[in-house]
Design a protein around this ligand. Structure first.
Ligand code: 5GP
Length: 114
């Protein structure tokens, strides 16, 4: 079974700018930010490849992810945020370990493709 790049960050095999961690969730800055605040929120489990699988398999964990996004937006911006789940390669998903992009900080409609 392969280990995702995000699991390697969780295991501290790869460095990352971690902004929040709980027993079930980790959040760190995207290596290629697309906004002033661009933080990835990642459930620690590798059981779900995308948000559809997560919603079906563990809706409570999805709710925790959304609450984590809110907390991050309050701590790093004005509490407002854009939450993006790329789902499938043709949508731009490159890491198949479920994660959300939290984008915040002076976003304008149509300013971001992802
Ligand atoms: P996706 O394209 O799957 O929705 O999002 C994957 C995201 O992970 C991308 O925005 C990419 O920049 C980010 N990413 C990929 N590898 C790393 C890494 O090693 N460290 C960090 N911090 N972000 C990464």
């Amino acid at each position: 079974m392969s280990t995702s790049i995000f699991s390697r960050i969780i295991d501290r095999e790869i460095p990352a700018d971690i902004v929040l961690e709980t027993d079930r969730m980790i959040a760190f800055r995207d290596i290629a930010p697309k906004a002033a605040v661009h933080i990835l929120v990642v459930p620690k489990t590798e059981d779900y490849a995308n948000v559809v699988e997560l919603a079906a398999g563990d809706p409570q964990l999805l709710a925790e992810l959304v609450a984590t996004a809110q907390q991050i937006a309050e701590e790093h911006a004005n509490g407002e945020f854009r939450l993006i789940f790329n789902t499938g390669p043709s949508s731009g998903q490159t890491v198949f370990h479920v994660h959300a992009h939290v984008l915040s900080g002076a976003l304008e409609e149509g300013s971001l493709g992802r």
